[in-house]
Design a protein around this ligand. Sequence first.
Ligand code: FES
Length: 158
Amino acid sequence: MRKEREMNIERRAFLQKSGATVACACLGCPIITEGKMPSALMAPPNPPGSFRVEDNKLIIDLGKHPKLKEEGGWASFEAAGRKAVVIHPATNEYKAFENKCTHQGGTFTYRHKDGFMQCVLHGSRFDTKGQVVRGPAALPLPEFKAALDKEQLIVNLS
Ligand code: FES
């Protein structure tokens, strides 16, 4: 047990020194479970004034959110008591899902080139339709309706 703990500490120190990008897919990863999320696994911040909430609808001004407007972009939001991850998998196609893994509630990063969202806790992967492509999660992600209206993306959080 002690030896395992020492190895975890050495591994963490190595990763911190090397600045390595970590896509952790192991159960009980000390990096994640200690609440220190590597920045590579966190959603980029939303630009100020790029979204608002009205009547349980998340309204994103894509003109003010160039990262999400770019194909392959993604963002996460907390609004109206819900967490949403919004991805842009294809030209003028946006998808929005509950940003809460169906395994144990982890949040997601989106890997456009690989075509999936990955849970930061234990590595479950979901395709761009929210279907599980790798566990441990077994259930698909709840999807929010998202509609594009010119420069606005309207996500219904109800
Ligand atoms: S919370 Fe375990 S894989 Fe997402």
